[in-house]
Each structure stands twice: as structure tokens, then as C-alpha cells.
Design a protein around this ligand. Structure first.
Ligand SMILES: [Zn+2]
Length: 361
């Protein structure tokens, strides 16, 4: 019996942003590779998220900012700060991406790991986007879970090369969310709002230095903070051949990083949701490799070869948020939903719903 391993992805993430350092094509390339050559290819089911609902987005972002995004009324400075060309497709993709990270969190609560082939837009603030990040899917997902009483405390481990300034700012003075960012100190963002714990590494820091910092800090954070949920921001840009990064990690070092985070989650029985975040290698194939390894390492940790998945709850077929849309706010276990379709391994499932929360006017 094939196992059912759900990975979250949307073809709409491949937004045309012109000649840009951010390769929006990477998501599809990762998906294709996973379905073609990963050891889990026969068990993978790609699930397509809906756009996050407005209520969940507004739990983090200012209504005026969301309104500008939807109406296309960002001013020139706001678009410059975003460092992406504005389009309705971009906004739509960003809203779907937020739905995707919420969905990955739901899957993590059910299956212990939920992987989003997307997400990780940690530079988005409540009232503006910056650094290629329109909406902060990380903060939206965590807020959604806490606001719906799914969890009380969450840990965000942000291993993207860049400091998670938006996420740090959103959760500043929030005792129920621990934000940990390990990044290159001498890089964007040049003003770094304080995370609960920041580790700023020097230029060209190696695998050894990077891993040492993780090994020393992550177990201490988990054992003292006692989170109920982990969101892992698995950026590929600490790679030594990244075009905008200045650390010097190898692919093997990044693989060890991933394996360590997963092993920590597993040993503390922490459900883990994974988002991919940045990756701008000189050779795009390297970025795809690193993200692919992140997914395969996670699945290998939580779906060892002998394990068979049974008894998947039907409510997990939902593609929407924890609260409001399908579940009563405050319920720990959302009510069952009908099984609309049950596809086999390696298939894609798109519920064909129109995204909510985006109004093209
Ligand atoms: Zn980055």
C-alpha cells in the first residue's frame, strides 16, 4: 500500500517577474524532481492550497497595505522597497503562498511534518513588503494556529542567509513565539529588528561554524522554551555559490543542517512545517538541489522505509485555514470533511476552487 505523503505546491508560484535574481521557476523544478527521482516519488501527493482568507492575512498585515496590494495602488517607493515588479499575479501568488504555509502547518499537526514547496517570505512587515517578500506567510501561519487554539507556543527557526526582520518585528514582545534567526550579519537587512535570538555570522562562515552555532543553540531553545510547534525556514542562500549571499556553506553542510533540525524536531516530538525561502545560486540547478535535499531529508526522517501510513484523517483534505472557513474557532480538532477525491501516489490534486481573499479590481 503506497504511503500518502502530502507536499504543498501551487503552479501559480511561477510568476513572471522578468529578468530577476529570484528564480520563481525553482518551485516547479523542485516538484518535478521530487516526482521523478526521489525515493518517495510513488507516495507523494501534491496538494494545491487556496489563497489565505482575509481574516488570516489581516491577523498580521495592516488592512491599508492589503488594500493597496489588491487595488494596485502601491506607490513607487513601496514597489522599489519590494524589489519585485508589481502585478496582480504576484499578489495572487503571495496570497496562495500564505494559504500554502497554513496548509503545511495543518499537515504537520497531522503527520508530524508538513512541507511547503514555497513560502518563507520573512522580510514582509505588517504595513509593507520588502526584499522580494509581499506577505509574511510564516507569521500568518503561526498566528492562524495560535489564534485558533491549535497551539499555544511556536518556535521559528530561520536558517535563510538573511535575517528574518519582518518576522522578528511582527512577533516582538510576543512571549508565545520564539524567533530564532541565524544569518550573515553583514548583509541585507541592514537594520535588523531583534529576534528572540539572533546569531549573525561573519562573512564566509563555513559549515563547521554554522553547524556549531546550531548544535549549541537549538537544543537549548527547545528544552527551555518548550514549543508545541516548529516552523523551519530552510533557505538555500547560505550556499557558498549564492549570488547575493556571503556565507560559504557546502551542499553537504546544508544537508547536515536540515537533518539536524529534523532530528531535533523528532526527538522533542515537535510537529515541523517547512518553508523554502531564498536561494540564488549562480547555477540555478544548485538551488534546486539544495531545496530538493531539504525535502528528501525531511521525508527520510519522518517516513523511514519500513513505515506505512494509515489512518489519515479526512479533515486533512481541507486546503484552507484552521479557523473560520472550515473549523469553528477554538476547536482543537476541526470537524471532518467529505473526502472529495482520493488519488494515488505521485499524483497532483487541485481542488479547482477559486482563491478567496483576492479581488482583482
Ligand atoms: Zn535570503
Amino acid at each position: 500500500m503506497p504511503r500518502r505523503i502530502r507536499l504543498v505546491y501551487s503552479k501559480d508560484y511561477a510568476v513572471d517577474i522578468g529578468n530577476h535574481v529570484f528564480p520563481t521557476s525553482k518551485y516547479n523544478r523542485i516538484r518535478e524532481r521530487l516526482l521523478k527521482e526521489s525515493p518517495f516519488r510513488n507516495d507523494i501527493e501534491i496538494v494545491t492550497p487556496d489563497a489565505a482568507c482575509e481574516k488570516d492575512v489581516l491577523a498580521v498585515h495592516e488592512p491599508a497595505y492589503l488594500d493597496k496590494l489588491k487595488k494596485g495602488t502601491l506607490n513607487k517607493d513601496e514597489i522599489l522597497r519590494l524589489e519585485l515588479p508589481y502585478s496582480r499575479e504576484l499578489v495572487r501568488a503571495s496570497l496562495i503562498c500564505c494559504g500554502g504555509t497554513i496548509l503545511a502547518a495543518r499537515i504537520a499537526m497531522e503527520d508530524k511534518i508538513g512541507i511547503h514547496i514555497g513560502g518563507g517570505f520573512h522580510h514582509a512587515f505588517p504595513d509593507h513588503g520588502e526584499g522580494f517578500c509581499v506577505l509574511n506567510d510564516i507569521a500568518i501561519s503561526i498566528s492562524c494556529m495560535i489564534n485558533n487554539n491549535i497551539i499555544k507556543k511556536a518556535l521559528i527557526i530561520d536558517c535563510d542567509l538573511h535575517q528574518g526582520n519582518g518576522t522578528a518585528s511582527i512577533f516582538t514582545s510576543r512571549p508565545d513565539v520564539f524567533t530564532f534567526s541565524i544569518h550573515q550579519e553583514n548583509n541585507y537587512p541592514f537594520f535588523k529588528p531583534r529576534s528572540t535570538l539572533d546569531i549573525g555570522l561573519h562573512d564566509r562562515a563555513s559549515d563547521k561554524e554554522y553547524l556549531k552555532a546550531l548544535y549549541e543553540n537549538v537544543p537549548k531553545i527547545i528544552s527551555s522554551f518548550k514549543p508545541e510547534f516548529l516552523l523551519y525556514v530552510a533557505g538555500a542562500d547560505p550556499y557558498k555559490e549564492d549570488r547575493i549571499g556571503g556565507l560559504a556553506l557546502t551542499k553537504e553542510g546544508l544537508r547536515k543542517r536540515d537533518v539536524f533540525i529534523y532530528s531535533q524536531a523528532k526527538s522533542y516530538s515537535l510537529p515541523v512545517a517547512v518553508v523554502l525561502a531564498g536561494g540564488y545560486a549562480i547555477n540555478e540547478e544548485d538551488t534546486v538541489d539544495i531545496h530538493y535535499n531539504t525535502v528528501v531529508s525531511g521525508l527520510s526522517e519522518f517516513y523511514p522505509p519500513s513505515q506505512n501510513t494509515t489512518g489519515v484523517s479526512p479533515w486533512m483534505n481541507a486546503t484552507r485555514c484552521f479557523g473560520g472557513c472550515h473549523a469553528e474557532a477554538g476547536r482543537r480538532i476541526p470537524p471532518p470533511l467529505d473526502l472529495r477525491s482520493k488519488s494515488g501516489g505521485g499524483k497532483e490534486r487541485d481542488h479547482g476552487r477559486k482563491p478567496v481573499g483576492f479581488h482583482a479590481n
